[in-house]
Design a protein around this ligand. Structure first.
Ligand code: ZN
Length: 273
């Protein structure tokens, strides 16, 4: 396994700052599995909003805004977090946040629940006003990874054998990357992440979109990929779980930090939590 750290520089008000970009490459049979990982996309245009579409000096934020075409991006876009799985014959499977965000529907969110008024009230006016292009503010995406022209995609009756995957095996390589995350203005969470695991028998990838809108909905879009050693294909198995909330009543607990003497008394009483 080859590990390296590339140092990038970024200009800031206080001069250039060195930012590490992690990357790691693992070779498995005819495959090369690699990731890069770094800081989040800046939320302000470094060229004072003067970037021009297609211009090479266009900042990373504007490249995103021009490409993704959403009224706004998630709070955290890990634009440098990319997982690639390449076959020596040229086939390539990749997971990146930009392709995932391109698939967020640029239309009004169709939550089949009484999307609470409380929630609507909490949204900035820009999100709810009719004049602004409506979009799916939950950032739900049907992204299933990006494949190149060396991969033929077709439906099959085969299923990923989860029992085989549960078999205990040494793990040659494991990594977990967040592609984007948004806290929905403190009303939940929307996160897309990808995990990869390489074992003697093959490799497994889990791409997970997780959404929780507090008191309203939980949604998980999982897409699993499994390659078994010796095969000339990878199985891709998507599934969606959506659950309406509320799920349980909850009790708030207060964890009081005790002063020294109080703590001594409780210790004598043999109290435990
Ligand atoms: Zn810009």
């Amino acid at each position: 396994m080859e590990m390296k750290q590339i140092i990038q520089t970024q200009e800031t008000e206080n001069g250039p700052v060195r930012l590490p970009v992690d990357s790691e490459t693992h070779t498995y049979d005819d495959w090369t599995i690699a990731y890069t990982k770094s800081h989040i996309l800046k939320s302000v245009c470094v060229n004072d909003n003067a970037c021009v579409r297609g211009d090479p000096s266009c900042c990373e934020l504007c490249v995103y805004n021009f490409t993704v075409d959403l009224p706004h991006l998630p709070d955290m876009v890990f634009h440098k977090n990319v997982l690639t799985i390449c076959h020596k014959g040229g086939a390539r499977l990749e997971f990146n946040p930009m392709d995932a965000l391109k698939l967020v529907r640029n239309e009004k969110l169709d939550l089949k629940v009484a999307c609470s008024d409380e929630w609507k009230e909490s949204r900035p006016a820009a999100d709810t006003q009719e004049k602004v292009k409506p979009f799916d503010w939950s950032f739900t995406t049907e992204y299933k990874g990006t494949v190149n022209e060396r991969v033929r995609v077709e439906s099959t009756d085969q299923k990923i054998d989860m029992f085989k995957l549960m078999k205990r095996e040494p793990i040659y390589f494991y990594h977990d990357l967040t592609l984007f995350e948004d806290e929905l203005h403190d009303h939940g969470i929307s996160v897309l992440s990808v995990k990869v695991r390489v074992m003697p028998s093959g490799f497994y990838v889990l791409l997970r979109f997780f959404l929780r809108v507090d008191h309203v909905l939980i949604r998980i879009n999982d897409t699993r990929f499994h390659y078994e050693k010796g095969n000339d294909y990878i199985l891709r198995d998507p599934n969606e779980i959506a659950e309406q909330l509320p799920v349980v009543s909850k009790v708030t607990e207060k964890l009081t930090i005790l002063a020294g003497e109080d703590a001594d008394v409780i210790a004598k009483e043999g109290s435990s939590v």
